[in-house]
Design a binder for this molecule. Sequence first.
Ligand code: NAI
Length: 344
Amino acid sequence: MKIAFFDTKNYDIESFDSYIKERNIEVKYFEPKLNIDTVELAKGFDGVCVFVNDYLNKDVINRLYELGIKAIFLRCAGFNNVDLTAAFGKIHVYRVPAYSPYAVAEHAMALYLTSNRRIHKAYNRVKEYNFSLSGLAGNDLYGKTVGVIGTGKIGRIFINICRGFGMKVIAYDLFPIKDSDIEYVSLEELFKQSDIISLHCPLTPETTHIINKDSIALMKKGVAIINTSRGGLINSEDLLQGIKDRKIGTVCLDVYEEESDVFFEDKSGHIMNDETLLQLIAMPNVIITSHQAFLTKEALNNIADTTTRNIVDFFSDKLLSDTEVCYHCGNQANCKRERKAKCF
Ligand code: NAI
């Protein structure tokens, strides 16, 4: 079990080290992200462990296969960065379906509360002994309508948090939960009725740019948009225009369409080239964190536990686990899950 870890940060090493020793896995930590330029680093390993901004397209998958890589272990929930169709029949793909949905849902609300009540501005003022309240007025959350897109693990926790504030919750999901107490509406109605919109669906061809100039046109003036899911859900240019048009009142982002070269890295002292990101950061009603919604001690621990368990299970030839993903999974007729065999 020799695993090449890509895009490794110090907090990954801290959380993984004890599990790796305990479960007898041989690991080499690499700082670079896995992509076509770095794929040769995987030579001599049995598997690769990757994160959200490693880019495993068809070419990378095919080269990994030639190098003898048997499995890809994602240490995250989303898998939009892996070409599953290219991987099927060659390399097995595992993920960590849930490590702390609470971490992400709580961060989404933390971003909104910070922005709405101007906590970030107040903090800086008081540090400089400026106790003025001017410009710090926010809005009550009580009685406001929040529209939640995606009512999976994170979306449902976010809904409960909102209900705690006395907000009215409406939701849209491609697969609504049957017999639940969630009020589902069409996507169009959600855009029209919501004071706050929070995205909790995966990035798929259908959800790419679900927030765009047409959907923004349907929204209330002053709407708040929260995105802790994936950057590609929002057309960033259209978002920026919506802010400039004074249509969008608040933007809270933990993810960004073009985040892969910037987020998770210290870019202070660098000249940034992404004009859209620069303008978004400069806006007074935009708050951005660098894909940190998952970052709690509990989540890091669960990620390390499940990922190393996936590695051990795969190489000890256990049957298909719930943590394996393949593009067949939506297709019950052909899916081997039902027969409890490995995917291929
Ligand atoms: P989940 O799989 O439990 O829920 C996703 C929900 O989205 C499901 O109910 C599904 O039916 C729904 N959905 C699928 N296609 C849809 C569509 N076209 N329109 C509307 N809804 C659709 O996933 P979970 O754990 O709640 O995570 C949600 C997303 O959060 C992940 O896909 C991931 O991108 C993101 N995430 C972000 C993190 C961060 O640190 N910022 C950490 C973990 C996850």
